[in-house]
Design a protein. Structure first.
Length: 307
């Protein structure tokens, strides 16, 4: 069972929350792009996880969902290799709803796969589909073992009423000193984790946001992390990292201005949209209220409207 992290100050929690959002982007930037280096790192990660020795990066076919309209139907990285459909998600916040999210992702992935193959589900022939593999890479502050499993059946009401149906998410803790064996099998994952841990350590030490990221960036460049990726993509990665922090500061200022001068209808709509996006990602209602500036009652009303 996951254990709650130790209490931290409000400012520290805010900084960590913003960084957690950002770590997801960088994971995808490293392993989820359609570039030669990303293909190679993605294959290395797959081999490390599965004990395989595939050599051709083109053996992996990206199937990542990139839907700009339905935010709940985006995923981090998905790909086909042989007869296996793989979905890799990175999470820096503990989320017990990953099996349900994975089920929804895979339903969309299979729909896309069947459409591309021109297969008909309504015929008399059994339709064969790639076997699923769902892995969640976790590097948050909750205490998890190196490898754990989340089951969809834990969410069934009443409990045990559908014991013949199951969907699981394999959760691999890559935070801190966890899963060192796996990290050492995949240099790209190892370098990514060292960079993330450096930023998190800087934030916990009270370092300002920009300094925390800049120090970690210099650390990655000095160590030639990802074969020079951080040096070559320095501005892009810095912008990704600091955009989240700058947005948090911007939102905080806007909330203060709103309390002092009143909130316009247009501004309120913008906060409501942000709240809806956070609801789709299963943020706690109290966190959404704090970050968006909406009242808890307003957030609860938005949550009820999603049902």
């Amino acid at each position: 069972m996951a254990k709650c992290p130790n209490w931290q100050g409000a400012a520290q929690l805010q900084a960590n929350r913003q960084w957690q959002l950002q770590a997801n982007r960088e994971f995808k930037a490293i392993f989820g792009r359609d570039t030669e280096e990303s293909k190679r790192w993605r294959l290395d990660l797959y081999n490390a996880l599965n004990g395989t020795d595939y050599k051709d990066p083109d053996a992996l076919t990206l199937t990542t969902i990139e839907n700009v309209i339905y935010i709940t139907m985006k995923n981090d990285i998905s790909f086909l290799i042989g007869s296996q459909m793989n979905l890799y998600e990175q999470q820096s916040s503990y989320n017990p709803n990953m099996p349900l999210r994975g089920l929804m992702y895979f339903a969309q992935l299979y729909q896309m796969n069947l459409s591309a193959r021109g297969l008909d589900l309504f015929g008399s022939t059994l339709v064969k589909i790639p076997a699923p593999s769902f892995v969640v890479f976790y590097n948050g502050d909750w205490e998890l073992s190196d490898v754990s499993e989340q089951r969809l059946s834990d969410a069934f009401e009443p409990a045990g009423c559908a014991s013949g149906f199951e969907w699981t998410a394999k959760v691999i803790n890559i935070g801190g000193n966890h899963s060192e064996g796996l990290q050492k099998k995949c240099r790209a994952l190892y370098d990514y984790c060292r960079y993330v841990n450096r930023v998190k350590g800087n934030l916990k030490a009270g370092m300002p946001n920009r300094n925390a990221v800049e120090d970690a960036m210099d650390y990655a460049i000095r160590g030639n992390f990802l074969d020079g990726f951080f040096k070559a993509q320095k501005m892009e990665v810095m912008n990704m990292s600091l955009t989240e922090f700058d947005q948090e500061e911007y939102d905080r200022n806007r909330r203060r201005e709103g309390r002092e001068e009143g909130i316009s209808i247009g501004e309120n709509r913008g906060r409501q949209e942000t709240a809806r996006n956070m609801l789709a990602r299963n943020y706690p209602l109290t966190d959404i209220a704090e970050i968006t500036g909406l009242s808890l009652a307003e957030v609860e009303k938005l949550a009820a409207g999603r049902g």
